[in-house]
Ligand binder design. Sequence first.
Ligand SMILES: Cc1cc2nc3c(=O)[nH]c(=O)nc-3n(C[C@H](O)[C@H](O)[C@H](O)COP(=O)(O)OP(=O)(O)OC[C@H]3O[C@@H](n4cnc5c(N)ncnc54)[C@H](O)[C@@H]3O)c2cc1C
Length: 496
Amino acid sequence: MERKEIFCVIVGAGMCGVSLGRELIRTGTLKHDEFRILDRNPDYGGVWEANRYPGVACDIPSHAYVMRYMLNPNWTRSYAGGSEIQKYYAALADRASLRKSTDFLTLVDTATWNEKTLKWEILTEHKETRKKTLWIATILFNNGGNFHRPKYAMIPGRENFKGEQWHSSEWRTDQDLTGKNVAIIGTGPSAAQIGPKIQPIVKNLYMYQRTPGHVFPRGEVVIPAWKRFIFSWFYPILWLYHVSWAVSAARNKDMWLSGTDENKAMHKKAIAWLETQVTNPVLREKLRPKTEFGCKRPLFLNDWYPMFNQPNVELITEKPVRITEHGIISKAPQALDTEDLKGQPVGAYEVRSEKNIVEEQQTRDIDVLIWGTGFDMEDWGGRFSVNGLDNLNLSKQWGTYPEAYWAIAVHAYPNFFMTLGPNSGNYWANATTVIQLQIDYHVKMVNHIKEQNKTACYAIHPTAEAQEKHNALLKEKRGHPAFLSDNFELRSHTHA
Ligand SMILES: Cc1cc2nc3c(=O)[nH]c(=O)nc-3n(C[C@H](O)[C@H](O)[C@H](O)COP(=O)(O)OP(=O)(O)OC[C@H]3O[C@@H](n4cnc5c(N)ncnc54)[C@H](O)[C@@H]3O)c2cc1C
């Protein structure tokens, strides 16, 4: 196994990894040969490199979803498609010549803190050659993101299905869906972007819904060439747009909080949109959100509701209970018992099927099964195995309840930093603004550690007290976001 020494390792070449690399170079903090960005993907962009499904696009305006130092006058749509966003982050990396400091197709397996040498030992494997490398680094950044471990619904029989099946984030571009019977499990953001794009070509589209969410019009517009020309010549317009969006998002915080007037107004707005979009009253009832606004990530889509008016689309509110060789068996909500609902969120499968026409169980034959079931977000510490002081393991320590210091560092994990760590993300803050603030801090830390290392090996991590104090402050100040309200609690044993 090859052994390589470097000052700093950055795991992840998504928007966080790229932005950090760029800032380290721009500020002269590190040279290209002093850090290495490692990513298992073949190129920059993170989720935007990985997700290739039809309709993939951001759901906040593209002009907001950029770094403030590289605004993009050339977006072709107000909600840019995935490949355009990937190209933007690749261009950002290329401007800072980051390819000189990046290894792609490199899977980071474990990172272990060596208490004697005060260095991280990071084990990687090349995805194609299987070559293993041991990196020895003073600083380790975990910019591994959270949306890349596909999650599947626990439906027995998945392995027996004889047709094609794949997860939305691992889209099979070699497969043609024309004339096929297709099922999508899930109605979250990815599934809702895919459905309307494949509906015109498939024979039948079965959408399996667990809980209906809030939907709003997106106001998607193609940005004409003349506008793009103006944007490139009057850069301040772009800057104003970028900043004003971030400011208005922050000012709208109250609408995400449980029980506020603003929250109720958003619910009403979504219902009004539903009423105008879906003609069939039974269907409308199935799509009507039953929880507070903000419990589930809202959808901003113009074509989602109208899709259900098409004759080849069926919305299924029954619980899929078994996958057979050629189809899916589902059970009517009326027939679900306590066992069927164990571990399901409040509100799951509460939308009744039409009693008189639905049997207790139904089988639908399908050719293709698409898992639109999102990502494993619970094991925050498990992007790769991180082992700190006293053999502590981050995944075991955090379980499903990660705690950090200001979202960027963790007690007992020296010289270890994260971007978009626990509690960074919320609906009312623009992700790219948060990333830039955290990176400004990272650069200061790298400078500090580098300076201290000139005299002796040096490591730093927050004290347990500082971390506890920070988390107590967080709980006190965060208010009551709807996604933490009772509406969103997991059902444990009973069917409420
Ligand atoms: C389809 C989709 C749409 C989204 N739309 C929006 C949106 O509109 N607005 C918004 O704010 N957010 C959106 N998000 C959330 C999005 O993840 C963040 O906005 C942002 O991309 C996070 O950037 P990141 O660099 O932290 O993580 P990522 O983009 O996930 O990048 C992390 C990188 O780390 C690499 N990595 C992880 N673990 C390892 C390992 N063990 N070894 C090697 N490499 C590793 C991954 O391959 C990946 O390239 C969306 C997510 C998805 C999946």
